[in-house]
Design a protein around this ligand. Structure first.
Ligand code: NAD
Ligand code: ZN
Length: 360
């Protein structure tokens, strides 16, 4: 198993191919990380009918279990959902000994983590990510939070889980479009850290799309290893962790312009990574073959490789709200080569304009 090393504690990421529904495997794997008698499972209306019973029933033999089923969707990643979680905790008279379990994708994971960080000044929680995106990205690293009406992920806390259980069999019920969105983040790791992993993906992506759980598990393991390494070096994102935002400044423009939900996050990131690669080529770091390779792997994953038309000035304005703008100068994560990323503002701004204008 993998271990994430942070200032607060070390915790394992367990990656399995268990059949989450047919066996009690999820419950037995998390049980030993539950310290007290009280458990609150947080999930949503889509996931509950599929996976809740298999987790809840066996845990009830050992613990006092409460459940909070939230509505499904990014638009519910709000303070009012957090209050619903607190309401269940208070009504059950749960205290500092409680362990919260997030059963779901990144939305449920981020909210459950934030509720755990804030309830009684911080209680334990466990992540059971059920989307590829949450398995390779959001469940690891301790960023938790909710949206504010005026900005995504504006309220939150760094709060690490006691463990992460990634059960590959949950991906069998994930909509294909969500699987592809998760693949965008998988490709991201290859592009920023490991050219050999890119080769591996070019070979194994068809098997991943065909839900070969062993291959998916191998990919999740590699991604979690990269993320764990980065988080161990830079838990609070003051340095190297920022590289994980490759493609995200461009992607953020697409997401905001198109309205959240119309483009999935991973889809926007895919098109955004192509734009970042195109700029890297204009600077002279990537070759046109490199850029073609980026486009090919993303297309293979059924992801978009061109952004929707957006006016250049609009794009600049939207970038201005991004966290990576310092003193009016846009800093971007770009590729020195395939497998090596840098955070830089050392480029001619006209080249950025050219990239944005290509799709305006
Ligand atoms: P999501 O949680 O909305 O899940 C996507 C959809 O799939 C939802 O409709 C969900 O109900 C459904 N679903 C989940 N698992 C399923 C399964 N096994 N079978 C069938 N349906 C299933 O989206 P996501 O892509 O997992 O996460 C996106 C969120 O993650 C965003 O809010 C984003 O801000 C956050 N995020 C956080 C971090 C972090 O470091 N904390 C990193 C990246 C993204
Ligand atoms: Zn992302």
């Amino acid at each position: 198993d993998l271990t994430v090393h942070t200032q607060s504690h070390n915790y394992p990421i367990v990656i399995t191919e268990n059949t989450a529904i047919e066996s009690n495997s999820m419950a037995s794997q998390v049980a030993s990380y539950i310290t007290g008698q009280q458990v609150l499972i947080v999930t949503n209306e889509t996931i509950a009918p599929i996976y809740l019973k298999a987790l809840q029933q066996p845990l009830e033999a050992q613990f006092t279990v409460q459940v909070c089923v939230l509505p499904d969707g990014e638009q519910y990643k709000t303070q009012s959902s957090i209050n619903q979680i607190y309401d269940v905790l208070m009504a059950a008279h749960f205290n500092r000994d409680v362990t919260l379990i997030a059963l779901g994708g990144g939305v449920i994971g981020d909210m459950t983590g934030f509720a755990a960080a804030s309830f009684m000044r911080g209680v334990n929680f466990i992540q059971i990510p059920t989307t590829l995106l949450s398995q390779v990205d959001s469940s690891v690293g301790g960023k938790t939070g909710i949206n504010h009406p005026q900005g995504k992920n504006m309220i939150g806390a760094f709060w690490q889980p006691q463990m992460v259980l990634a059960d590959m069999s949950t991906l069998k019920t994930l909509p294909a479009r969500e699987l592809s969105a998760g693949l965008a983040e998988v490709v991201k790791y290859a592009l920023i850290m490991d050219a050999e992993f890119l080769l591996w993906l070019e070979h194994n992506l068809p098997a991943m799309l065909a839900l070969d759980l062993a291959i998916l598990g191998e990919a999740v393991k590699r991604c979690c290893q990269y993320k764990a390494d980065v988080v161990a070096q830079d838990e609070r994102e003051s340095g190297v962790r920022a590289l994980l935002n490759f493609g995200h400044t461009f992607g953020h423009v697409i997401e905001t312009h198109e309205g959240y939900g119309n483009w999935l996050h991973g889809e926007a990131i895919a098109a955004g990574m192509v734009q970042a690669a195109e700029l890297s080529q204009k600077i002279g770091w990537l070759t046109s073959d490199d850029v073609a390779r980026v486009k090919r792997i993303l297309s293979l994953a059924n992801l978009p490789i061109t952004p929707p038309p957006i006016e250049v000035q609009t794009a600049f304005d939207l970038m201005g709200h991004d966290k990576k703008v310092k003193h009016g100068q846009i800093r971007l994560i770009l590729l020195k080569s395939l497998g090596e990323a840098v955070l830089t503002n050392d480029f001619d701004p006209h080249l950025l304009t050219d990239v944005l204008a290509k799709h305006a």
